[in-house]
Design a protein around this ligand. Structure first.
Ligand SMILES: [Zn+2]
Length: 180
């Protein structure tokens, strides 16, 4: 299979969730679900199901487990609620896992982190988002949004998330493409 920078990474299943109008994406936010990563797809399918039952209008564009299974829960141009007050223009990725993980625990989910990095690379191409750490026009964690805008106290994906490595993967896929 040839590498691509134009086709989206693999989608295991589409499970449309709540959206709140349309927007033009200009930044990406990385979260974690604070739920267990388990073998198979139950972990990743549980998240949109939980949002549906919870019925508060929360959603994210992608939910990705440690093995790299991706559930797409909204079209890119639909607005999802996942950070307080700063959702317009944001594409959200929820990684299955805990904000209390050690770096080693995150690295055990390398396949999932790399799938998320592919989505970031794809979105950077598709929507003209810079491959850099930024809460305004780039890629950032939910914790960085909390620190920058003081509108939420969420610290996901946690202080041990391998951010530098993750951004290196994003840059690599951005330049070299990925296989779908
Ligand atoms: Zn979050």
């Amino acid at each position: 299979m040839p590498r691509t920078t134009e086709r989206p990474p693999n989608i295991y299943r589409r499970v449309p969730g709540a959206t709140h109008g349309t927007h033009v994406p200009s930044a990406i936010v990385i979260h974690c679900t604070v739920s267990p990563n388990v073998k198979g797809v139950k972990d990743v399918l549980a998240i949109p199901n939980y949002w549906k039952i919870q019925n508060k209008g929360y959603n994210a564009h992608c939910v990705i487990d440690g093995e790299g299974h991706t559930v797409k829960c909204a079209l890119d141009n639909k607005l999802c609620w996942a950070v307080a007050g700063k959702n317009t223009g944001r594409l959200h990725i929820e990684l299955i896992g805990y904000d209390t993980y050690t770096k080693a625990q995150w690295m055990q989910q390398e396949f999932g982190l790399k799938e998320a990095a592919k989505w970031c690379a794809y979105w950077c191409h598709r929507w003209g988002i810079p491959v850099k750490t930024s809460v305004n026009h780039g890629i950032a964690t939910h914790a960085m949004y909390s620190a920058a805008f003081h509108v939420s106290d969420h610290t996901d994906p946690g202080k041990n998330f391998p951010w530098t490595q993750f951004m290196k993967w994003v840059a690599w896929y951005y330049h070299n493409g990925w296989v779908v």
